[in-house]
Design a protein around this ligand. Structure first.
Ligand code: AGP
Length: 741
C-alpha cells in the first residue's frame, strides 16, 4: 500500500528520498514521486511505474537543468544543485559554515485508490498556488463535499485524487490565516484537519519555508525517526519552544529527522523512533521537533524508542528474492519464537507480556479472533488447537466484517487481534470498535513491536519472526501458528502450575514434567522444516506442472484446512493462478463441479489421521480426471497410485512418543463435557487408529504437521510463480500492509 518518506536536514535530499522510496517498494505501489524544497523553489517529480523510472526521470531533469544557464532556468538549476552533491557555489547559493542548508524532501509510492495509476495522479500534489506539496496515505471520505466547496472558492483540480483536494483545503485555510509564521501554518492545518473525515498520514512541504517539514496522522501509520548530528558551535539553535533533549541539563543535542510510513526505510538512517499517535501533528524545523495534538497545544512528554531492525536484515542475503530468503529463514524464526516464550530458569512456557490481564484471560468464556488474509488462516488454526486442547470456544471473525454486522459480544469474551504488520486497517478498525463498545480485553499477536495494533491492544504477544519484507507472508505465518500453539500450551500450563481458579478451563497439565517434555519436543522441531527445505528442488518439479494450469484446488481436513486456505492464497497472490482452498469434505458440496483434466487438486493429507477419508476424496477427484498432488506421509499405495505427484514429508520430528500420553491426558481425561456427551471408551490413540489404514505407523498428535506442510505449499507457490516469471516480492496490486479499509 502507499508508502511515505520524508527528510529534513543537510544531506543529499534527493538521494535519501529515492533510497527511501526503494525500501518502500515492498509495500506494493503503481507510481512514485518526490518533492524537494530548497532555497529557490519547491519542485515535484513524479512518474507512474517503478521507483527506477522516477530515478531516471529525476536524473534526466538534473542533467537538463545543469546544461541550462541560470537565465534559462533559474529556479530548477539552483534548486537541483542544492544538497544533491552538486557544486552549489556555481549556482550562487550562499553556504553556511557547514556548507549546506537545511532543506526538506518528501516522497511517496502510490497504490491507486481514487483515480488510475498515472503521472498526474501520482503524489506529491501541489496546491493551486504551488506553494504547498503533499504526500498522503489513506482515503478522505468527505472529498466530494470539500471539492464542491473549493470549486466554489475558485480552486481547480488536475488529478482525480482526493489528495489534491486535501492539499487545497489546507491551502484554503492557510490563506485565511497567513503563512508568515510557522505557527500560523500549524494553526491553519489544525483547523483544516478537524474538518477532514477519513484516514490520513500526510507530509507537507512549503515553498516559503523550505527548512520545515510538517506531518500529521489519523488512522494511518507515520513514524518519525531521529539520529544525533554533530553539535557544531555554529549549528542553528532551536527556536524558543522547540523540544530539545538535554544531557546533564547543559548541552543541547541536535537531531536529524526522517519520517516514513513504517520503520523499514528509516532503519539505515536512525536509531530511535516515535510512532505518531492519531490526531497529532509534528513540525520539524532546524534539527528539532515539536509535536502538537489536534485538540490541545504542544505535547512535551513524548519519547523516542530504540529501533531494533538491523541493517543486514534488509538485505536478500544472497537469495534471489526476499520471499525465498524468508521461507528459508523459518527454522531459525521458529526457534526464536519458541525461545522467546520459554523461561530459561524454570524451563516452562512464559508469556510475561500477558501478565497485566491474566485474570481476564482466565475468566474468559470465549475467545474471539479478528484478522485478515494469512493472519485469518492462522486464526482458524488457533481455533482448532485451542478448542481441542483448552476446551474453550473460539470464534474466528474476518476483521473487515466484524464491526459492520452488529456482532454479539458477551461479558467474558476475550479478543485476540492477529496482524503481522500491526497496521492492517480492517483489523485495527475492528479492534477499535471492540474497545469503544465493549469492556473486553484485547491481546494482539504481531510481528511489529510498537505498531498500531500493539498500542491499541491491552497486551501483545510478539511472534518474533523478524522483519518480513516479501509481500506474501511466509515466516510470519508459521510463527503465528507457533505462537498460537504456545499460547494454547501456556494456558494449559498456567492452570496447573498456578492453581488458577478458572471458570472455564479445567486443569490441563497435571505435571510440570509434561511441560518440560513438550518444550524439549518443540525445541527440536525446526529440523522438520529444514528437511522440507532440503527438498525444495523436488517441490520445484511439481511447481512446473502446476504452472501450466489456470486454476488449482487445495484440500485439507482439520488443522490442515487452514493450510489449504493458505496454500490457495499463496498461489494466487504470487503466481496469479486462480486457486481455492477447501475442507476436503466440502469439495463434494460444490467445487467438485470444477474438476476435470485441467484442474490440479493439491491434497494435504498430513499424517495418517484422516487417511481413509482423504482416500475417498482422492478417488472422487480421480474419477473426474482431476490431477492429484498429495502432500504428506504418502506411503500408502492407493494414494500413490491415484496421484500424479506425491510430495512425501518426513513427519518424524513432528511427533514424540511421550507426546501421545501428554495430549491424551489433556484432550480426553480432563474433557468432562465431551466425555459425558460421547462415550470415549478408547484412548485418544485408539480413536485415531479407527480412521487409519493399518501398517502406516502409530498415530500421535499432529499439531505441528500443519507448520511442516505450510513450508511445502510456500515452496510450491514460490516455484510456480518463478516459472511464470512473476515478481514474487512485489506481486501486482498487493500491498504488504493494507492500511486502508
Ligand atoms: C499475506 O500473504 C497477504 N499479503 C495478506 O493476506 C495479509 O496477510 C493480510 O493483508 C493481513 O496482513 P497483516 O497480517 O499484516 O494484518
Amino acid at each position: 500500500m502507499c508508502g511515505i518518506i520524508g527528510y529534513s536536514g543537510k544531506k543529499d535530499i534527493a538521494n535519501i528520498i529515492i533510497e527511501g522510496l526503494q525500501s518502500l517498494e515492498y509495500r506494493g505501489y503503481d507510481s512514485a514521486g518526490m518533492a524537494l524544497a530548497g532555497p529557490y523553489n519547491l519542485d515535484i517529480y513524479k512518474k507512474s511505474g517503478k521507483v527506477s523510472v522516477l530515478k531516471e526521470f529525476y536524473k534526466k531533469r538534473v542533467l537538463e537543468a545543469s546544461s541550462f544557464t541560470d537565465k534559462n532556468s533559474p529556479e530548477i538549476g539552483k534548486n537541483l544543485s542544492h544538497n544533491t552533491g552538486g557544486d552549489s557555489s556555481k549556482k550562487g547559493i550562499s553556504k553556511n559554515a557547514n556548507n549546506k542548508l537545511i532543506c526538506s524532501g518528501i516522497g511517496h509510492t502510490r497504490w491507486a485508490t481514487h483515480g488510475i495509476a498515472s503521472d498526474i495522479n501520482a503524489h506529491p500534489h501541489f496546491s493551486n498556488s504551488s506553494n504547498i506539496a503533499i504526500v498522503h496515505n489513506g482515503i478522505i471520505e468527505n472529498y466530494n463535499e470539500l471539492k464542491n466547496f473549493l470549486l466554489g472558492e475558485g480552486y481547480i483540480f488536475k488529478s482525480q485524487t482526493d489528495t489534491e483536494i486535501f492539499v487545497n483545503f489546507i491551502e484554503y485555510n492557510i490563506r485565511k490565516i497567513g503563512d508568515n509564521e510557522v505557527d500560523d501554518i500549524v494553526f491553519a492545518l489544525k483547523v483544516a484537519l478537524k474538518k477532514i473525515k477519513g484516514q490520513y498520514a500526510i507530509l507537507l512541504l512549503f515553498k516559503n519555508h523550505p527548512e520545515i517539514l510538517i506531518g500529521a496522522k489519523k488512522n494511518a501509520p507515520l513514524v518519525v525517526g531521529r539520529t544525533l548530528v554533530e553539535n557544531k558551535s555554529n549549528e542553528s539553535m532551536p527556536e524558543k519552544g522547540m523540544f530539545i533533549k538535554t544531557k546533564k541539563g547543559v548541552q543541547s543535542q541536535n537531531y536529524e529527522y526522517f519520517v516514513a510510513s513504517d520503520i523499514l526505510p528509516l532503519a539505515q538512517y536512525v536509531n530511535e523512533v516515535r510512532f505518531l499517535n492519531d490526531n497529532e501533528i509534528f513540525l520539524i524545523k532546524s534539527n528539532n521537533i515539536k509535536i502538537f495534538s489536534l485538540d490541545e497545544s504542544v505535547i512535551t512528554d513524548f519519547k523516542f524508542y530504540p529501533i531494533d531492525i538491523k541493517k543486514e536484515n534488509i538485505s536478500k542475503n544472497g537469495y534471489d528474492s526476499y520471499m525465498l530468503k524468508e521461507i528459508f529463514e523459518q527454522p531459525i524464526s521458529i526457534k526464536k519464537c519458541i525461545k522467546d516464550k520459554i523461561d530459561n530458569k524454570s524451563n516452562l512456557f512464559c508469556l510475561k507480556t500477558l501478565d497485566p490481564i491474566l485474570q481476564d484471560i482466565f475468566s474468559a468464556e470465549r475467545i474471539i479472533i479478528l484478522s485478515c488474509g494469512t493472519s485469518l488462516n492462522a486464526a482458524i488454526y488457533g481455533k482448532y488447537i485451542i478448542e481441542k486442547y483448552c476446551n474453550i470456544p473460539v470464534s474466528i471473525e474476518q476483521a473487515s466484517e466484524f464491526r459492520y454486522r452488529n456482532p454479539l459480544v458477551r461479558n467474558k469474551d476475550l479478543f485476540i487481534g492477529i496482524s503481522q504488520s500491526g497496521e492492517t486497517a480492517d483489523t485495527l478498525k475492528a479492534l477499535e470498535y471492540v474497545k469503544e463498545n465493549y469492556n473486553a480485553k484485547i491481546i494482539s499477536i504481531s510481528n511489529a513491536k510498537n505498531s498500531t495494533i500493539t498500542r491499541l491492544a491491552d497486551v501483545n504477544l510478539d511472534i518474533c519472526a523478524g522483519l518480513e519484507i516479501g509481500v506474501a507472508s511466509t515466516k510470519a505465518f508459521t510463527n503465528q501458528l507457533m505462537t498460537l500453539i504456545i499460547f494454547n500450551f501456556w494456558l494449559m500450563q498456567k492452570t496447573s502450575t498456578t492453581g488458577a481458579n478458572l471458570s472455564v478451563l479445567p486443569e490441563r497439565i497435571s505435571k510440570v514434567s509434561d511441560t518440560i517434555d513438550i518444550i524439549s519436543f518443540l525445541n527440536s522441531f525446526s529440523s522438520a522444516i529444514s528437511k522440507v527445505l532440503a527438498n525444495s528442488d523436488k517441490i520445484q518439479k511439481v511447481a512446473l506442472f502446476i504452472s501450466k494450469f489456470k486454476s488449482a484446488l487445495f484440500l485439507g481436513r482439520d488443522t490442515l484446512f487452514p493450510i489449504a486456505l493458505e496454500g490457495a492464497l499463496k498461489l494466487k497472490e504470487i503466481s496469479y493462478i486462480h486457486a481455492e482452498g477447501y475442507s476436503a469434505a466440502e469439495m463434494k458440496h460444490g467445487p467438485i463441479a470444477l474438476i476435470d483434466k485441467n484442474m490440479p487438486v493439491i491434497t494435504l493429507i498430513g499424517n495418517t489421521k484422516f487417511l481413509k477419508k482423504n482416500l475417498s476424496s482422492i478417488e472422487e477427484i480421480s474419477a473426474r480426471n482431476g490431477k492429484i498432488i498429495t502432500i504428506g506421509t504418502v506411503g500408502n499405495l492407493e494414494v500413490k497410485a491415484l496421484s500424479k505427484y506425491c510430495i512425501d514429508i518426513d513427519f518424524s520430528d513432528c511427533f514424540k512418543p511421550s507426546m501421545d500420553g501428554f495430549i491424551t491426558k489433556a484432550s480426553f481425561t480432563h474433557n468432562k463435557e465431551k466425555q459425558n456427551s460421547e462415550t470415549y471408551s478408547s484412548s485418544f490413540t485408539e480413536k485415531f487408529n479407527e480412521n487409519c489404514t493399518p501398517g502406516l505407523g502409530t498415530i500421535q498428535d499432529d499439531f505441528l504437521i500443519p507448520i511442516t506442510t505450510t513450508v511445502v505449499i510456500q515452496l510450491l507457490a514460490y516455484h510456480t510463480a518463478i516459472y511464470k516469471k512473476c515478481d514474487v516480492d512485489k506481486p501486482r496490486n498487493l500491498a504488504k500492509s493494507v492500511t486502508v479499509e
